[in-house]
Design a protein around this ligand. Structure first.
Ligand code: HEM
Length: 116
C-alpha cells in the first residue's frame, strides 16, 4: 500500500487550515475567538509537523544533512506562533500578515527548488 499520498494530503490540508485560521485571526483578533483559533491552529500545526516527518521517513530524507528541511522547520515554527501574537498585539496585524506570507513562500521555495 502506498502511504505517501495520505501524508501529502494531510500536510497540505493542515497547511490550508493553519494559514486560513491564522489570517482569520489577523482579520478579526476578537478575544472571544482566541481559544478556538489557538486550538485549531495548534492541531493543524501538529498534523503538519507529523506528516512532514512521516514523509521524511518514507522518502528516506536524512534530516541532519538536508538544509531545506531545517529552513521549513523554522518557517513552520514562525507560522504556528503568528495567530497567538495577533491576539496579543493586534496593532501589528499588517506586519504579521506580511511575515506569514514570506514564511509560507520561503517554505514552498525550499520544498520545490531544494537549493540546499
Ligand atoms: C510553512 C511550512 C511548510 C509549508 C508551506 C510546506 C509545504 C509543503 C508542500 C507544498 C509540499 C509538497 C507536497 C507534495 O507535493 O508532495 C511539502 C512536502 C514536504 N514537506 Fe512540507 N511544508 C511546511 C513544513 C514542513 C515541515 C516542518 C517539514 C518537516 C518536518 C516538512 C516536510 C516535508 C516533506 C518531507 C515533504 C515531501 C518532500 C518530498 O516529496 O520528498 N514540511 N511541504
Amino acid at each position: 500500500m502506498e502511504r505517501l499520498p495520505y501524508y501529502q494530503v494531510l500536510h497540505l490540508l493542515s497547511l490550508a487550515v493553519l494559514s486560513a485560521h491564522t489570517f482569520m485571526a489577523f482579520a478579526n483578533p476578537a478575544p472571544e475567538n482566541r481559544k478556538r483559533t489557538m486550538m485549531i491552529t495548534g492541531i493543524a500545526a501538529l498534523l503538519m509537523l507529523v506528516s512532514g516527518f512521516a514523509m521524511l521517513s518514507l522518502n528516506k530524507i536524512p534530516l541532519m544533512s538536508t538544509g531545506w528541511v531545517w529552513v521549513k522547520l523554522v518557517c513552520w515554527l514562525g507560522l504556528s506562533g503568528l495567530a497567538g501574537i495577533a491576539y496579543r498585539r493586534p496593532h501589528l496585524r499588517g506586519v504579521l500578515s506580511t511575515i506569514a506570507l514570506v514564511l509560507v513562500a520561503t517554505a514552498l521555495v525550499m520544498v520545490y527548488f531544494r537549493p540546499f
